[in-house]
Design a protein around this ligand. Structure first.
Ligand SMILES: [Zn+2]
Ligand SMILES: [Zn+2]
Length: 379
């Protein structure tokens, strides 16, 4: 397996056609192509308000057979990278007042028949010479309008929800899929592909870091702030390789309450790494009390350190609460400076940090310290 060393948060996968330098939208487009290739449904439902059951999505029985026989992308264009436009219905119908059959161009005998299919449109005309002309607004993939797969895929793969988009579509009068149809498409055609790439990525990461002693940084994230979170995701970053080497999601129903999402997520990350013989030597986290207790009691071999970013954030927060905002930036910069220049000497760090109290009252030399008796700036 080819191992690519990627920066934090970047997917890392074999096969080699995956390019890590791609910007996000290229990576999303690549995944969309994969979804198209591997998960093409057999037929497309005919009415715009069609809202299939789960079984319809999984086992499309082919009753709507008007597009049967189409088994490739028509037009030959790549449906993902091909440019797309918003077109108003009135403008779109204008070319259909005559027969578009090759070489004909004669009058049509009835109004063009149009039928919306999710984001796509089919137009049919009959001309005086008997031509039945059928036009679709999107390339067909085994009978399915490509946009009906691409839009739900793009929304999911960019980390968005369908709800806000649906609201926009309604305001614009844009024909679209029902919310349920969209979620079904995502669940059946997009999620399996994402899971497959994610598993491939994790295998590659574990192959790169397995049987090693690593220095980790970990933090939890919730789906909403406060005490009403439903999901918590704990993520661990390997400091040396800059790879995310473990990520676990915990649902609030699996634990006592949302306070425990973070420690339980961390515990799962550690046990996953242990399964792959990865030994953690140092772990930096925030100051979550339950995390501290768990590491102190259950994982004594791991040296637990606090992540400076969280400490600085805490200091900033407290200063902002005190409404003394004048010094916030200077004090937080000073804390970063103290930690970066103390060479691991705790006493020196303490003296450097407390020296700010002298400095802000315009005193730059003092006697009440052990290792630092004056400011480091020019006096
Ligand atoms: Zn004709
Ligand atoms: Zn000073």
């Amino acid at each position: 397996m080819i191992i690519h060393i990627a920066s934090a948060g970047t997917l890392l996968v074999d096969p080699p056609h995956w390019h890590l330098q791609w910007p996000k939208h290229h990576r999303v487009q690549h995944l969309m192509c994969q979804c198209l290739k591997k998960s093409i449904p057999e037929t497309e439902p005919s009415s715009s308000d069609y809202s299939p059951t789960e079984d319809d999505i999984i086992q499309n029985d082919g009753e709507d057979s008007e597009d049967d026989g189409e088994h490739s992308v028509d037009g030959g264009e790549d449906p993902v990278s091909d440019k797309k436009y918003l077109v108003s219905h009135a403008q779109l119908m204008k070319p259909f007042c005559v027969c578009n059959f090759a070489g004909c161009g004669k009058c049509v005998i009835s109004r063009p028949y149009s039928s919306a299919k999710g984001f796509g449109l089919t137009v049919k005309t009959d001309c005086i010479d008997g031509h039945e002309f059928v036009w679709t607004s999107q390339p067909l993939l085994n009978g399915t309008m490509s946009c009906n797969l691409l839009v739900p895929a793009a929304i999911f793969l960019t980390g968005n929800a369908y709800g806000p988009f649906s609201e926009i579509y309604q305001c614009l009068g844009l024909e679209s899929l029902s919310t349920r149809h969209c979620y079904n498409i995502q669940r059946v055609y997009v999620l399996p592909e994402v899971t497959s790439v994610w598993n491939l990525h994790n295998e590659a990461v574990m192959a790169a870091t397995g049987d090693q002693v690593v220095t980790e940084s970990g933090d939890g994230r919730r789906d909403s702030s406060g005490h009403c979170a439903t999901f918590g995701t704990y993520t661990m970053l390997d400091i040396n390789s800059r790879l995310i080497i473990a990520q676990q999601t915990v649902k609030v129903t699996e634990v006592k309450n949302s306070y425990w999402l973070e420690p339980v997520g961390l515990e799962r990350c550690i046990s996953k790494l242990q399964d792959h013989n990865v030994t953690i030597s140092i772990l930096a986290t925030d100051c979550h009390p339950a995390v501290q207790k768990m590491l102190r009691e259950d994982h004594k071999t791991i040296k637990h350190e606090f992540d400076l970013w969280h400490i600085v954030k805490g200091v900033k927060k407290r200063m902002l609460q005190s409404r003394n905002t004048e010094w916030v930036r200077m004090v937080s910069n000073h804390l970063w400076y103290c930690v970066c220049t103390c060479d691991g000497d705790a006493l020196l760090l303490k003296d450097k940090w407390t020296s700010i109290l002298h400095h802000i009252i315009n005193v730059h030399e003092w006697l009440s310290a052990e290792k630092m008796l004056k400011c480091e700036h020019e006096l």
